[in-house]
Design a protein around this ligand. Structure first.
Ligand code: R2B
Ligand code: URA
Length: 332
């Protein structure tokens, strides 16, 4: 078995996993670990090598017109989230805590799709709503990181969600994603057949993020399962969509069942995010705030100001983690 190649972000604490899941000593898939010895991404798709030029369409980038290595070679963290506004705010938040002079500039504005900002070693990028929008962005980001020869990148998602039996405004760091048929997989039809890709997040990274939480934060941070639904309404057992053919009791018993399975929140991307990052041997974590307790209702009635305050909470945890990493680097 090859030697451990974990690039530890934080010193190990008691009870933590010894290795990250993308450690070469733990890689037990039947495909080679898609990582070079220096930690840079090694995409296994042979077709890429034969392409003269690669248009990274939804980001408005391409490998001939842009020098992706000089634009993105220093990246270490990618943080994605649903909205353009939130990701611009995250870029500004990171500039502040990393002490970087920064004027927000959307690097993918020509694509008119996603918004992408870069602050020092951090990319902050929007992914829209749902699995298919998020996976397009994620795959194009993986290609950018590959062409830029980025070493050991870490990808975060900072999002919103509906909580299950936890107070609104709580944070959930996902341990795994559960799909709509209650399996821990991301199911993708490929050439007419369903592929089922395991959707488990890196345990050590969850533990490291959880260690960023302080009692003064003023909110509770949980780790646990996250259901990724393919719909906001019926797919999340809501009673307030245009269609509903189940009873309120059936809804409650379904949500109770999810709680019993260890699900803490419901959003719309976790399974695919965990699965795709794992397939690329890239560490990833999903950090979401809950906007409501779904056992108590369906409508998001939180006022705008509180909603914005809630959305800052995942930024605080992830931002603290990134800042801690640079504190450690600057000391050594
Ligand atoms: C959470 O919130 C969005 C739907 O409102 C979706 O992107 C998600 O996962
Ligand atoms: N996002 C979701 O997907 N579900 C919720 O209930 C709230 C935000």
């Amino acid at each position: 078995m090859p030697d451990c190649d974990c690039d530890y972000m934080l010193p190990t604490k008691e009870g933590w996993e010894e290795h990250y899941d993308n450690c070469i000593s733990k890689w037990n898939s039947n495909v080679p670990c898609p990582k070079y010895a220096d930690g840079s991404i090694r995409l296994l798709n042979k077709n890429l090598a034969g392409m003269q030029q690669d248009f990274i369409y939804h980001l408005g980038l391409d490998t001939a017109k842009y020098d992706l290595k000089s634009m993105f070679g220093d990246v270490k963290f990618v943080c994605m989230g649903g909205t353009k506004y939130r990701m611009k705010e995250f870029a500004k938040h990171m500039a502040k805590i990393l002490n970087i002079d920064y004027e927000a500039n959307n690097l993918s504005k020509h694509s008119h799709r996603y918004a992408m900002y870069k602050v020092g070693p951090v990319i902050s990028v929007s992914h829209g709503i749902g699995i298919s929008s998020m996976t397009i962005l994620l795959q194009e980001i993986l290609k950018v990181l590959y062409y830029a020869k980025v070493k050991n990148p870490i990808i975060f998602r900072i999002g919103t969600s509906g909580g299950l039996k936890i107070p609104a405004g709580s944070i959930v760091i996902s341990s795994w994603g559960l799909n709509g048929t209650l399996e821990k997989t991301y199911d993708l039809p490929v050439l007419g057949k369903i592929r089922k890709i395991p959707s488990v997040f890196d345990k050590r990274l969850v533990q490291e993020l959880q260690s960023m939480v302080t009692e003064e934060d003023g909110f509770i941070t949980y780790s646990g399962g996250t259901m990724a639904a393919d719909d906001f309404y019926r797919g999340q057992a809501r009673l307030d969509g245009p269609f509903c053919d189940y009873t309120s009791e059936e809804k409650q018993s379904y949500l109770q069942h999810l709680c019993a399975l260890g699900v803490r929140n419901i959003e719309m991307e976790a399974t695919a995010f965990a699965a795709m990052a794992r397939e690329a041997a890239v560490r990833a974590a999903d950090v979401c705030v809950t906007l409501l307790d779904r056992l108590n209702g369906d409508q998001v009635t939180t006022d705008k100001e509180l909603l914005l305050k809630y959305q800052e909470r995942p930024m605080v945890i992830v931002g603290r983690y990134i800042a801690k990493y640079y504190e450690k680097i600057n000391k050594t």
